[in-house]
Design a protein around this ligand. Sequence first.
Ligand SMILES: CC(C)(COP(=O)(O)OP(=O)(O)OC[C@H]1O[C@@H](n2cnc3c(N)ncnc32)[C@H](O)[C@@H]1OP(=O)(O)O)[C@@H](O)C(=O)NCCC(=O)NCCS
Length: 175
Amino acid sequence: MITQLDDGIIIRNAVKSDAALFRGLRLEALENHPTAFGADYLENTLKPAKFWEERLSFNEDEQAMFFAEQNGQLIGMAGIFRSLSKKNLHSANIFGVYVKPNWRGHRISQLLVKTCLDWAKLKRITIVKLAVVTSNRSAILSYEQCGFVMYGKEPKALLVDGKYYDEYLMSVDIL
Ligand SMILES: CC(C)(COP(=O)(O)OP(=O)(O)OC[C@H]1O[C@@H](n2cnc3c(N)ncnc32)[C@H](O)[C@@H]1OP(=O)(O)O)[C@@H](O)C(=O)NCCC(=O)NCCS
């Protein structure tokens, strides 16, 4: 799946050979936004190259990851994974939404999330969920623009440097 946008921006599937670029973008996200992601920066810096390759070697019926790219440089990413037990195959979760600072405010995150939703529709998934820290205003706005609504709140979802962060739970019905 490749979408060509204005400014030469491309939204495309991640492939295994993106592992080094993916590592760089993901570590940048985790380091600069520790309260936005469940994964920890330092833990991830210690992962071997094989870990990053395996993150991109998924079964394409179960997971997808999309990059926004301009002139060969990754500028954003988002992933989606399907639930795998028989009773929740209809459900998927979005994770790892990130846009590089210079590119924010151009709705690139919305394009990435909508691409995840298109993937989910192709897989006959009927509901997509995500979690977002309650203070992350731009992320919440972006998800709302993509049709997500809040259905709950998880207290103390993250503990970062001794402080707890609650997360809103959001979902969108897509079929
Ligand atoms: C959250 C994030 C992905 C949004 O990416 P983006 O491509 O800039 O998002 P958009 O351009 O679609 O902007 C989303 C909305 O927030 C608004 N917005 C953008 N920057 C903003 C800011 N600094 N303050 C308030 N609102 C802002 C936009 O106007 C837009 O609202 P609109 O559609 O009503 O105009 C990006 O800021 C980011 O990577 N943040 C760090 C990591 C993160 O928080 N990830 C989300 C984890 S759940």
